[in-house]
Every structure is written in structure tokens, then in C-alpha cells.
Write a protein that binds this ligand. Structure first.
Ligand SMILES: NC(=O)c1ccc[n+]([C@@H]2O[C@H](COP(=O)([O-])OP(=O)(O)OC[C@H]3O[C@@H](n4cnc5c(N)ncnc54)[C@H](O)[C@@H]3O)[C@@H](O)[C@H]2O)c1
Length: 460
């Protein structure tokens, strides 16, 4: 049953008779239609009518219409206007550029722009490294997408991806003071994307690749890392991997197990799953079984692309084959970054004692978390309405803050693991329990801790 939330928040402006029961009638009708009312404001009052703004959360666009219809059915009530508050905050976009310098008079102008700026350009031409000192490069990241794998929406193209990338830029600024700019490319050709990012790179101190579909994302990232002298980070891969590895460290503390003794199933061998496996392998797990839509990844499968071939060579020690539920038997850890509703509580019951289940498919996880809890000791999801939310916001702002502060020219697994440990360490020993293995995304200690750890790992 979907729950009303702020993602579908509406404000309905209604005219109603000025009776003593008006407020109760209106809120009662909206409530019976399933609305969660968050505000009730009288905006006009007349002898024959009042005008009221009712703000409420719905669970879908259709539900918002049902709430509006329920209000309109009341005798003497007229709905004037319905505003979707999510659309309202997007009007004109969510970010802007602001000047850091005053431009009040000719004097200011002569220094910020011509003729003074020419001397800065000459200095950089003579010593290109000065670009990091004397331009926005020092603090600016490009958020690059081709719009091919946007949220759970799929291939919706560059223009439709822009609100997501603007949101990402806003998060960069809010959590780590990083100036990020959306770069939505009107191509899904691997070579064109690589060349375009290479051409725009002089402006930026880092490249955050975003929502680019697998397997194209692997080659784009690898080639750009070779070509550029700034860090290139695909958040859907490494942001997820960092948070998962950090959260798993704390989950294992809760159940008192060591990674080296654990059998881990990673369901989903795309962008997120592959990066999680690669990072986890650095930490020496007992064994990992990778599973994709065609079952357990196994060297004898005849559908292996280069990424799956690598996974087949580096996982599945006992050469097991079968379905995800076969992989789960006796597993200590299940990490799902695949598809919704793949199995029920009975599959979790076949896992080892004190099992850990991270069901991260969004918006609907591989298993209903309440079902998973019947047999698992620790459960995490990607959702904000359950405990233990695995959210990339815990990683990417601090990671780039650290990379920019260190003027890093690249990014290594050591830095990713340092970020994972920093996130895990924010949940100190006294607070850690089965419902609290990762800090809140609003914990202000996270981004500075991640930044410091990454900068330390990046230091020469
Ligand atoms: N923080 C988070 O919670 C978080 C982070 C990243 C990704 N995710 C979620 O993880 C999922 C995958 O993301 P991605 O970017 O890696 O996508 P992707 O398309 O790159 O990979 C999807 C993978 O899932 C596999 N898969 C699909 N259906 C399957 C099935 N029925 N059984 C087993 N495997 C199946 C595919 O074969 C593929 O390997 C999405 O739902 C995404 O929202 C969540």
C-alpha cells in the first residue's frame, strides 16, 4: 500500500461557505480521501465565503486528483486552483550562478574583467597549473549524463535528465560547498561522450558521471580516467559501492561476523553491482556470488560481456550455478541492486543465521523489507521510509570535497575504501544497532569526515 509523501504534495485553493463547520468539513473530506494534511491557511475572508489553502501529501498524481474531487463534492465548495508543490519548486530550475566579486564601478570592472583579467590569463597560459588557484576549476565539478539510465525511469534523454542533475548539483553545494554544474549531453555514443567530456574538462576539477547506462558507463569511465588529469567518478557505481561497503562493515559488527568468513550474494551485476563487488573484493570476503537476470555469474555461461567475464573470473570460488534463490542458501549477506520483488521471506529463511539483507532496488526493493525482517538480523533499503537508508548522498559530496581539496588528479580504490570507513565510523560504537548502521543523510558530520579521509588518502 503506497504511503502519502512530500513527493506528491499539493496545495488546493478552495472557496467555502463561512460556516463554523467549514474547516472540519474540508479537512474531513480530504482525510477520508486518504490525504495527509500538512497545512490549512485561510487566505481570504468575506461575509459570504472564505478562501482556504489546504496543503496535503498524496501517494500519486491520481490520488491527488481524488483528494481534489472529494473537496469539490462538498456543498458550496468551489476548487479554484490546485498547485503541485513539487512542480512549483522546479519552476525556472533549482540552481543559479552568483558572482563572488563586487561589480560596483569601473574600478571593480577593470580588475574582474578587462583589462586586469588579461594578466591572470597570461599567468595561466605560462603556468597551466595556476588554473586551480585562479579560476573556478578549484571548486567545480561537471555532472555529466547522457540521460540513458535516469533514476528508475530508464532512457529518458538529456533534457528530461536535467532536473535530476540540477538536484545533484544542489546537493553538492548544500552538503560540501562544491560548485557542480549539470552537463546533459545530446548523444549516447560512447566515443562522442568521451571526446566531449575531454573537450570541456579544462573548466572542471572533477567529473561526476551520472545515470549513464551499463555497460557503456564502464568504458566511458575507464577511458576518461586515462585521458584526463582530474578525478572521474561514476556515482551510480562508486557512490553506491562506498555506502554499501561502509554499511556492511557496521552490519557485520551488529551480528558479530568477519567479512573473511562471509558468503555474499550480490544480485545485479550492472553499474552498481559490479562496483560493489570490485570494492568488496579489496576487503577479502569469504566468497561472492554475482547474480544477474540470467542467474549466477559463472565462467561457463555463454552470454558474458567483458564486465561479466571479469566478475566470473574473480567471484564464485566453488563454481556454483543457478538462480538467485539458489545463491542465497547459507549466504551470510544478500546485496540486491537489481529488480523489484524477486523473492519472499522463505528465501531469506534459507540464508545463514543472523543474515544481512540489503534490498536496494528502487523504488521497490528485491523483497519487502518487512518480509525480510522475519528472518534477517539486519535489513537495509534505498528508501527513506525505512531504517538504514543506503543513500549515495552519504558519499559523493564528501568524496569530491576531499578530491578538490587535495587537488587530486585521479581516484583510487584506497580513496573509495577510506570514504566507506569514514561513513561507517560516524556511527560510533554506542549508537550502532540493527536499525542504525548508517548515519542520517542530514548528519552534518558525514561530508567533512568523508572529505578528510579522501584528502588524506589522496595526499602524495
Ligand atoms: N543507494 C541505493 O539504494 C542504490 C544505488 C544504486 C542503484 N540502486 C538500485 O539498484 C538497481 C540497479 O541499478 P544499476 O544502476 O546497477 O542498474 P543496471 O541496469 O546497470 O543493472 C541492473 C542489474 O540487475 C540485473 N537484473 C535485472 N533483473 C534481474 C532479476 N530479475 N534477477 C536478477 N538480476 C536482475 C541485470 O541483469 C543487471 O545486472 C536499481 O533499482 C537502482 O535504483 C540503488
Amino acid at each position: 500500500m503506497p504511503v502519502p509523501g512530500p513527493g506528491y504534495s499539493i496545495t488546493v485553493r478552495v472557496e467555502a461557505p463561512p460556516s463554523a463547520s467549514a474547516a472540519g468539513d474540508l479537512t474531513g473530506a480530504a482525510g477520508r480521501a486518504g490525504a495527509v494534511i500538512t497545512a490549512f491557511d485561510v487566505v481570504e475572508s468575506h461575509s459570504d465565503r472564505i478562501v482556504v489553502d489546504i496543503t496535503a501529501n498524496a501517494h500519486s498524481a491520481d490520488h491527488a486528483e481524488e483528494i481534489t474531487a472529494a473537496l469539490e463534492e462538498l456543498p458550496g465548495v468551489n476548487v479554484r486552483k490546485v498547485s503541485d508543490r513539487t512542480f512549483l519548486i522546479h519552476l525556472g530550475g533549482k540552481i543559479e550562478i552568483a558572482s563572488k566579486v563586487q561589480l560596483r564601478n569601473r574600478d571593480d570592472l577593470s580588475r574582474a574583467y578587462t583589462p586586469g583579467v588579461a594578466r591572470i590569463s597570461q599567468a595561466i597560459a605560462k603556468n597551466p597549473a595556476d588554473a586551480r588557484r585562479l579560476t573556478i576549476k578549484r571548486n567545480t565539478v561537471a555532472v555529466v549524463t547522457d540521460g540513458s539510465a535516469v533514476l528508475g525511469l530508464g532512457n529518458i534523454g538529456p533534457a528530461a535528465a536535467l532536473p535530476v542533475m540540477e538536484g545533484k548539483a544542489a546537493l553538492f553545494k548544500k552538503f560540501a560547498g562544491v560548485d557542480a554544474w549539470p552537463v546533459c549531453l545530446d548523444t549516447q555514443d560512447t566515443e562522442e561522450i568521451i571526446r566531449t567530456v575531454q573537450l570541456i574538462a579544462p573548466v572542471y576539477g572533477g567529473i561526476n558521471l551520472e545515470d549513464i547506462a551499463a555497460p557503456r558507463c564502464f568504458e566511458i569511465e575507464a577511458r576518461l580516467r586515462e585521458l584526463l588529469d582530474i578525478p572521474v567518478f561514476h556515482d551510480d557505481q562508486h557512490g553506491t559501492a562506498i555506502v554499501v561497503v561502509g554499511a556492511l562493515r557496521n552490519a557485520l559488527r551488529v551480528v558479530g561476523k568477519n567479512l573473511a568468513d562471509c558468503k555474499i550474494v550480490v544480485c545485479g551485476a550492472g553499474a552498481a553491482g559490479s562496483a560493489i563487488i570490485r570494492l568488496l573484493l579489496q576487503k577479502g570476503p569469504g566468497d561472492i556470488l554475482a547474480v544477474d537476470v540470467n542467474g549466477i555469474v559463472h565462467p561457463d555461461r555463454d552470454d558474458l560481456d567483458p564486465n561479466l567475464t571479469w566478475l566470473a573470473q574473480n567471484t564464485n570460488r566453488n563454481l556454483v550455478s543457478g538462480k538467485v534463490t539458489d545463491a542465497m542458501v547459507d549466504a551470510d549477506v544478500f546485496i540486491g541492486v537489481s529488480a523489484p520483488n524477486l523473492f519472499g521471506a522463505d528465501a531469506v529463511a534459507t540464508m545463514a543465521k543472523d543474515a544481512i539483507v540489503f534490498a536496494l532496488a528502487n523504488p521497490d526493493p528485491e523483497i519487502d523489507p518487512l518480509e525480510a525482517q522475519k528472518h534477517a538480523a539486519v535489513v537495509a533499503t534505498g528508501r527513506s521510509d525505512y531504517p538504514n537508508q543506503i543513500n549515495n548522498v552519504l558519499a559523493f559530496p564528501g568524496v569530491f570535497r576531499g578530491l578538490l581539496d587535495a587537488q587530486a588528479r585521479g581516484i583510487t580504490d584506497t580513496m573509495l575504501l577510506a570514504a566507506a570507513d569514514a561513513i561507517a565510523d560516524v556511527v560510533d560504537g554506542d549508537r550502532i544497532n540493527a536499525s542504525f548502521i548508517v548515519p542520517s543523510v542530514f548528519d552534518s558530520a558525514v561530508a567533512p569526515a568523508v572529505a578528510e579521509a579522501v584528502a588524506r588518502a589522496a595526499a602524495p
